[in-house]
Design a protein around this ligand. Structure first.
Ligand SMILES: *[C@@H]1O[C@H](CO)[C@@H](O)[C@H](O)[C@H]1NC(C)=O
Ligand SMILES: *[C@@H]1O[C@H](CO)[C@@H](O)[C@H](O)[C@H]1NC(C)=O
Ligand SMILES: *[C@@H]1O[C@H](CO)[C@@H](O)[C@H](O)[C@H]1NC(C)=O
Length: 590
């Protein structure tokens, strides 16, 4: 075949074409990473987090042409904070079967799996159906528990008494505290049964040996130090344990070990370990039995050198095996009391991976296990055996193959991550309230940013306050003589502004006008934020901050109002603990 040598000109076009393809591929990769990190395709959601300057920005600046200090925080006349009614009794249990069947349907049909609207509706309106009081009340199980009447409520220095067993909550974090740590902790304080809960924050310490002391000195985390002292929050150093205890008999019943146990017949001694005075024997691959009969998983030197990249995937399994309770990723925002789910005797559960229909496709962003149980031992051993791979879908499929997924309840996305089904056109039935099509929108406060967010809201629109009068008064407050006839009306607005330290309530003489505001007040309240769900999963987006009057901003104000004693939480309770400072402001939105 006649192959002509390319001329230098065509070589040049070839080079140009290749460069063009390379640039295209680069842009694509960057965009995919961006979408992965931020959850949106908007290139404007980027930007490294700016440090908030908090209190010291006096005077106010322009935010889309208006003074942020004059911006009303809501349009709703009477916010109903206590929309959940009374907190479930300390002994309340949840019936997993009912929760699963109402939100999934039958095991093979999965008829309801994609209908999150109906699931949330059931969770909201049929509490009586899925909550019940067990015959053997947990609060009566131990005579040392205080009775409900005698239990002290929390105070500044005392967390209060739990009239029953205390539940553990775990999360995991690497690096300094950020706004997201604050959101997680405040949502926890806002919703959980405080005397009956403890939050363990596991800090990555294999690579950062000073993680715990560093956090104790962290300027943002300083807000929570009174709660560390009171015992609500426990900072724990996470180091991958070299040995993990197993309950008796866990090895003998594991199908993966039966063969090796039988094959070996007798057991062999460990060699060369002269430091340990106790004789110990390897009874199977990676498992030793001590003289006292206890069995331990032992990691090899090689395994300790190549700890998993996805540490957090492993942490949850190991921590729940050792301590029990519930694990939640830091990007989960709690909305309801988890206690009824955790008090259930076999509280082993995780969530479904989006709307995947495979019975082994778990997601472990929210997961609970009974400590030292046969199931927790099995799962930890499985992950270690597979080369320290704890990816939830790998572990889940293993459990399913071994016939153990029935012990490990799989809750539908409506319980913990109500919008996951929106993706890949997975949803059936109506959209949720609010209707989100994108994980990024909860941060957005700009006018019209969330299209049709109320499309599934059937209630009466909340009564909106007319701010015109107040706004007008605010804009004139500094020019009016004190003895004016409008004084009475003015004092309240003025007092409010003074209280916040606003001496100048105008910006360069410019009054606040609703229509010029880029982040205008609106009718969002937590009452209509995925009501019924136990949590909302933010899915990463670690560097983003909430715009004024976004859903997360609405949540922030509810949290702060509660922690500062001016508002109640979803159960109508008031905070009686130490003062917890408010969220910082994000001047990037001024
Ligand atoms: C939970 O619900 C299932 C299904 O409706 C029912 O059969 C079972 O008795 C319930 N369990 C308890 C403890 O109420
Ligand atoms: C689990 O077992 C270990 C070792 O036997 C023990 O130290 C620990 O207290 C147990 N944890 C729980 C929550 O029972
Ligand atoms: C909020 O306002 C929109 C119209 O702007 C309305 O459709 C919706 O029903 C309102 N939602 C509530 C909870 O009042």
């Amino acid at each position: 075949m006649d192959r002509r040598k390319p001329s230098s000109c065509s070589r040049f076009t070839l080079l140009l074409r290749n460069l063009f393809i390379a640039a295209l591929a680069y842009t694509f990769v960057v965009e995919v990473l961006h979408v992965y990190q931020t959850g949106t395709i908007s290139p404007f959601s980027k930007g490294p987090p700016k440090k908030s300057t908090g209190k010291n920005s006096k005077g106010g600046s322009l935010s889309g042409g208006v003074n942020w200090r004059l911006r009303p925080t809501t349009l709703v006349e009477n916010i109903n904070d206590a929309f959940m009614g009374k907190r479930p009794d300390v002994d309340t249990n949840a019936n997993y079967t009912k929760l699963i069947e109402a939100c999934r349907g039958s095991l093979n049909g999965l008829e309801k799996m994609r209908n999150v609207y109906d699931c949330l509706d059931y969770l909201t309106h049929h509490q009586d159906d899925y909550f019940f009081m067990p015959e053997n009340r947990p609060s009566a199980a131990d005579p040392s528990y205080k009775s409900i009447e005698d239990a002290a409520s929390p105070s500044t220095h005392h967390i209060g008494d739990c009239p029953g067993p205390v539940q553990l909550y775990h999360t995991y974090w690497t690096g300094p505290a950020t706004w997201r740590v604050e959101l997680f902790v405040k949502a926890y304080l806002y919703t959980q049964n405080i005397p009956c809960s403890r939050l363990h924050i596991w800090l990555e310490s294999d690579g950062f040996p000073n993680a715990v002391p560093d956090m104790m000195k962290d300027p943002l985390f300083a807000k929570f130090l009174p709660l560390v002292e009171r015992g609500d929050l426990v900072l724990k150093a996470w180091k991958f344990p070299r040995r993990i205890p197993l309950p008796k008999g866990a090895i003998a019943e594991d199908p993966a070990y039966t063969k090796s146990l039988a094959g070996k017949g007798s057991i062999r001694r460990t060699s060369g370990d002269t430091r340990s005075p106790k004789p110990e024997v390897y009874i199977a691959d990676g498992v030793v039995r001590m003289e006292d009969g206890s069995e331990w998983l032992v990691l090899t030197e090689r395994q300790m050198t190549f700890l998993p990249v996805a540490v957090s995937d492993a942490v949850r399994f190991v921590v729940l095996h050792l301590y029990g309770g519930v694990y939640m990723d830091m990007d989960v925002m709690l909305l309801r009391d988890m206690r009824p789910l955790l008090l259930t005797p076999d509280h082993n559960f995780a969530e479904r991976w989006a709307v995947h229909s495979h019975p082994g496709d778990y997601n472990t962003a929210v997961m609970s296990l009974n400590a030292n149980s046969s199931l927790s031992s099995y799962l930890v051993r499985g992950g270690i055996r597979m080369g320290l791979n704890f990816h939830p879908r790998i572990i889940g499929r293993m459990a399913w193959k071994d016939g153990r997924s029935e012990e490990f309840a799989m809750f539908e996305t409506g319980l913990f991550d109500p919008i996951w089904g929106e993706f890949n056109w997975g949803r059936e039935g109506r959209c949720t309230v609010p209707c989100f099509k994108d994980y990024g929108v909860a941060f957005q406060g700009t006018k019209g940013a969330i299209k049709d967010e109320w499309e599934s809201y059937d209630g009466e629109p909340l009564s909106e306050r007319v701010y015109q009068r107040e706004l007008e008064l605010r804009s004139r407050i500094s020019d009016l003589p004190l003895s004016s006839p409008e004084e009475a009306e003015l004092t309240s607005v003025g007092a409010l502004a003074m209280e916040r330290g606003d001496v100048d309530v105008t910006y360069g003489g410019k009054p606040y006008t609703l229509k010029d505001d880029k982040y205008p007040p609106n009718n969002r309240t937590l009452e209509n934020f995925f009501r019924g769900a136990w949590s909302y999963h933010i899915h990463n987006q670690w560097a983003k901050h909430p715009q004024p009057n976004s859903w997360f901003d609405v949540a922030q104000r509810a949290h702060d109002g509660f922690l500062q004693g001016t508002r109640r939480n979803v159960y109508g309770e008031s905070w009686t603990g130490p003062d917890i400072p408010a969220y910082d402001r994000w001047p990037e939105f001024d």
